[in-house]
Structure formats: C-alpha cells, structure tokens
Design a protein around this ligand. Sequence first.
Ligand code: IMP
Length: 430
Amino acid sequence: MNKNIVILGTQWGDEGKGKIVDYLTEDAAYVVRCQGGHNAGHTLVVNGEKIILHLIPSGLLHDNTIGVIANGVVVSPLELIKEIKKLEKRGIFVRKRLLISSSATLVLKYHIEMDIAREKRLGINAIGTTGRGIGPAYEDKIARRGLRIKDLKDEKKLSTRLEKIVDYYNHQLVSFYKCNSINYKIILKDLLPIIDLIQDMIQDTTHILHKAIQNNKKIVFEGAQGSFLDIDHGTYPYVTSSNTTIGGIISGTGVGPRCLNRILGVTKAYSTRVGNGPFPTELFDNIDEHFSTKGHEFGSTTGRKRRTGWLDTVSLCRAVKINSLSSLCITKLDVLDGLNEIKICISYKNTNTSEIISYPDTVYDWENIEPIYEILPGWKKKTLGIKKLEDLPYEAQNYIKRIETITKIPIDIISTGPERSNIILVRNLF
Ligand code: IMP
C-alpha cells in the first residue's frame, strides 16, 4: 500500500496543487511543505469560501492532520504569524498541529528590500519575482550566512549576528542600489514577540518524519511552484531560487527517495505563467481572454494577470522524466468547456531553420521557438463538477487519453472545478 505521496507542479506553478494536496490529505497524518516560501499561493475553496495559503501546508485545514514546514522552506516569521492569525479569525486553529524545522532559513526584511531593489535595477530584464525576498534568502543559505529558525532561540546571539548581516546588506542597499539603510534593532524588535508564539512549534522535523514513516503514517509532501521554475531544471534565469522538482522534496525534508511511494505531477489542462521568461505556447488572442476570465488566472500572491497558453507536452514529458512521476492529475478541465477546438503542443520548431528541436538548453535556445500543435475537437457540454470519468463528454475523455498516450503515464485525478468536491478520482492513490 502507498503510504507517502509527493505532489509536484509540472509547469510554472499555479497548477492547482493546493486543492489536490487538500483533497489527498484527508487520508493523511502529515502534510509537509518542503521548499519555497511565502512566494507560493495555494488557493483552496471550501464550502464556497476561498482560502489562500502561502506558507502553511494546504492540507492543514483537516483537523486531524499535522503540518510540517520542513528544513528546505525559507520562512518569514512575520508572514507565518500573519497567516496563522488569519486562519484563526476563520475558526481554523493550527498552532498545536504545526511544526517548523529548526533548520529552516529565515526570510527577513533585508531580503525583501534586496529583492525589490534588484528587480527595479534590472528594469525590462527583471525576473518578475514575487518581491518576497525568496532569492536573497536562499542566497544567504548557500553562502552559509543565513539565519535559521533555531537562531531565534538565543536572543543575544541573534542580535549579534543580525547586526553583522544587516551591515553587509546595508553596504549593498545604500552604496549600490541607492536605497535607505535598514536598522537591525527594528528587525529584532519585530521578531521578539513572534519567537514566544512559535517556540513550541520548532522541532527536528526530519526526525519526526522518520518516526512517522517507521510508524506507517501516511504523509503528503506538498511541492510549491512548478518544475520549470526550478533553479536547475527551469527556464533559468527566469526561475525561483529553490529546487521545485523531486530533489527539493528529498533535500528539503531529509526523507530519502525510497520512502516516497508515489510521485504525482499536477498539470493544468492548459498552461499559465506569472513573471517573465520563455513560454512557447503563450496566447494573445480571445483564447487568452477565455482562459483568464473562466480560469480566474490572476496570481494568488501578487494579483498579477497570469500569461496563458495551450498545454505544452514537450515540457510536460520533460517534467515526467525529471521528477520520475508515477502519474498525473489534470486540473481545471472545466475551463476548456465551450471551446470549438483544443490545441496540444507536441513539438517545437526553430523559426530560423525550420528544424524540429528538442527541449532547449539555455535561455538563448528558447528564442525563435514555434510550437507545433495537434488539434483536437472541443466540447460544448459542461464538465464543471463532474465526478465520474464516464460522465465526461467523449471529446474531453479523448483529450485526457491523448495526454496519457503522449506522456506515457496514467492520469489518476481530474479536477473539474474549484470546490473540494469537484473531482474525478480515476484511481485511489493511497
Ligand atoms: P520568486 O520566487 O519570488 O523569486 O520569483 C521568481 C519567479 O517565480 C517569478 O517568475 C515568479 O512569478 C515565480 N513564482 C514564484 N512563486 C510562484 C508561485 O507560487 N506560482 C507561480 N509563480 C511563482
């Protein structure tokens, strides 16, 4: 029997992972965030009410589940507390069920200031980050100067280290970026009341997960962002600063690969991307408007309009291999309702040489790419809320089968609407 499931995005994030994590966690004892930070925005609709989570694992809305923010996550203590309190206002109490790795890296004010200053300076070449300080925080981690959650436990040492780090950042912010300097005492003052609030949540989460595995507990590992925002495998430099693919789950939790029983890739029935960077199937016509409006394609963290396009199976097949995916979940199928025809990108052509090319290697290779499409018939019948595969219109079933054939892996889940209940479970994953 499968005990542990990893859920990963196979595109550029916003695939609808939050809902799938929430759905699968109903049967799980633990739900684990492994990488990224509050740049993520996981939208859930429960009983018609929309809830957006950034740092707290999506499955934590189930009363009996324990949530883990593991070592690979970069944590803004201020944002964490804000999110906990926001949930409490809605009657959802998570403090006693949330554990934070003592080794997780902190995101602090100077990371955010640096992120914003850099993007401003890059001008039209900006990455289009969420402005949450994620890149600079991961830089600090790799440079071995980052502050970690465990550093919050000793106020005196924290103060000394903060002073030094802020001094380092102020040199860059003031001299190079011409920004205002930051006072480390203000950061410390904001942090101190939070330390008391999260003290009991700070744990060796790797050990806790090992124990859970030993005790045969079910665990859902929740990926954030998507495969092509991965720092190594994404469309670099237009990526985020963590490994959003399977490696990030392993290093981000300390759970080894043989403990991960199933790896589920989540793919929207079309494509979207926020921020800048390559997007071969991007649309600028009335279909973009259809996807935007019907799919509510606006960023849940920044509110930016998402770029939209047809499903790209060249990159999807790449994601299957990078992540060693066992199966797929297709989300937002209902957004395709009403279209006359549906296109699937099946290969890329170089517009200069007319050559069919494989997956581009560098950011320059992404230029001059034209998608080659296969055209499938659309459907007029509503799929919104359908719960059985055989109830889908023939053309929608055909679309699903075609994706399975191209990717060579099964589709286990189809999401047919924003609500928890709008789901087709083709195969039980646990
Ligand atoms: P950062 O992670 O804020 O540094 O942003 C880097 C890139 O990743 C930008 O293009 C962001 O729009 C994108 N990004 C980061 N988090 C998410 C997410 O949760 N969904 C979609 N895009 C994201």
